[in-house]
Write a protein that binds this ligand. Sequence first.
Ligand SMILES: [Fe+2]
Ligand SMILES: [Fe+2]
Length: 220
Amino acid sequence: MELTLARVKKDRQINEFIKQTNHYLKELGYTDHGFRHVNIVADRALSLAAKIGLSKKTGELAAIAGYCHDMGNFLGRTQHHYWAAMLFSQIYIKEADPNDLSTIMQAIVNHDKNDLKLLNDVSAILVLADKSDVHRSRVLEVVKNGNMDIHDRVNYSVTDSDLFVEKNKKIIHLFLKVDTKVTSVLEYFEIFTERMTFCRTAAEYLGYRFSLEINNFKLS
Ligand SMILES: [Fe+2]
Ligand SMILES: [Fe+2]
């Protein structure tokens, strides 16, 4: 059986894990890790792989990993990447090609900051697609005039985000528009320096440079 994103997206069990994850993390006050996030990560993984000239297969595997990477959260946040990989294998271990299955599992585990290792292109694409999803629409609970926590505030401040590939110059650009009435660029970095470093490491693994531009200022 060939694993495809279309097939995985139709899997009732996988979709239930994603639904439960979003519910669980919403209760804990996290930003969106549900269908909005995983669909963005899957689509971004697919298009990023195509834009930098990787094979269709690599893009498909990265997109599947993207759709499933956060679905273990409903069993616990700190180990969510392991849970997700294990749940994925439970569903597909009998049918999927062993190499495809292992590659996806490994990418899922490696997307977390505590286990970030880049051993193949699929993992690197997933890191870029996941860590670049910073946007106002990720905030689940908008507290007007009130005290949003710093993660919500920083995500809420990003009104526009675009991942763009300049293939001839070998640069992956992340353009962000930050509403400085909501947060300062400094606060943005307080939260996202680590994420941006992961993006840079992943881009370099793929033979690209990572460039970050906020409000028309080139920061790297
Ligand atoms: Fe995650
Ligand atoms: Fe994620």
